[in-house]
Design a protein around this ligand. Structure first.
Ligand SMILES: Nc1nc2c(ncn2[C@@H]2O[C@H](COP(=O)(O)OP(=O)(O)OP(=O)(O)O)[C@@H](O)[C@H]2O)c(=O)[nH]1
Ligand SMILES: [Mg+2]
Length: 225
């Protein structure tokens, strides 16, 4: 039997935003009961059907590297960023700071070798990270259930990274299995993201390089209805 090819996706965001809850939901399609604070990193694996329903359909393993978000581990977690093929940036919809911080997570993973040397207000040009600029990014806002009446207003909200980097964004309640049920727009976007990660890794290694500017302090842009 042929071995199944795999890709590595890191799941990043501030501590408590719901990365472990989300990772469990993606991998097992059911909510986790009581997640505990992640120390270091925990890895879940899921099978993904690449381009399902087309003649190119093929099964791949997706490794989801759920990295603990505590700032205490900032100087040691760069080892988890080696050989990354895709990035999921997670923020908590009830915590605006966590959304602003997803830029810092992206800079950290792109600049894994010398993150500790980065200056606070420095502007970064993705051409410095030419190889990394081809890594697909998906942004996920969690705790949709806690949004209350502002729920409708966030539907058109889009983070800075999405606008600048062309990343897709979805909003989920990680405590509900139906949040990522097959056929929902969130599940479709997730599946498209995994397809893109696989495509970049195995089929499109000479693709066009995109330019990206990320400023660690630039404001998040909001689009409201
Ligand atoms: N209501 C609600 N609670 C959530 C949701 N997602 C996560 N939580 C809760 O938020 C808390 C933190 O979730 P975790 O998944 O452990 O967060 P984490 O990002 O993995 O945190 P670290 O491991 O410390 O980096 C837990 O009590 C979860 O049950 C959600 O969509 N809705
Ligand atoms: Mg965790």
């Amino acid at each position: 039997m042929a071995a199944i090819d795999k890709v590595k996706v890191v799941v990043l965001g501030d501590s408590g935003v719901g990365k472990s809850s989300l990772t469990h939901l993606i991998a097992h399609k059911t909510p986790i009961n009581k997640p505990t604070w992640t120390l270091g990193c925990s890895v879940e694996v899921k099978l993904h059907e690449y381009e399902e329903g087309t003649p190119h359909q093929k099964t791949y393993f997706i490794e989801l590297w759920d990295v603990g978000g505590s700032s205490n581990h900032r100087n040691t977690r760069h080892i988890f960023y080696l050989g990354v093929h895709g990035i999921i940036l997670v923020h908590d919809l009830t915590n605006r700071k966590s959304q602003e911080n997803i830029q810092k997570w992206l800079i950290e993973v792109f600049n894994k070798e010398n993150y500790s040397k980065l200056k606070k207000n420095e502007e970064y040009d993705a051409e410095q990270f030419a190889g990394y600029s081809q890594i697909p990014v998906l942004v996920i806002g969690t705790k949709l259930d806690l949004m209350g009446e502002s729920h409708n207003r966030i539907l058109k909200r889009s983070s800075f990274i999405c606008n600048e980097y062309g990343a897709d964004e979805i909003f989920v309640d990680c405590q509900q299995g139906r949040s990522l049920a097959p056929g929902t727009s969130s599940a479709v976007k997730c599946s498209r993201f995994f397809d893109k990660v696989i495509k970049m890794r195995y089929q499109n290694q000479t693709g066009e390089k995109r330019k990206m500017y990320v400023n660690a302090t630039s404001p998040i842009k909001y689009f409201r209805e």
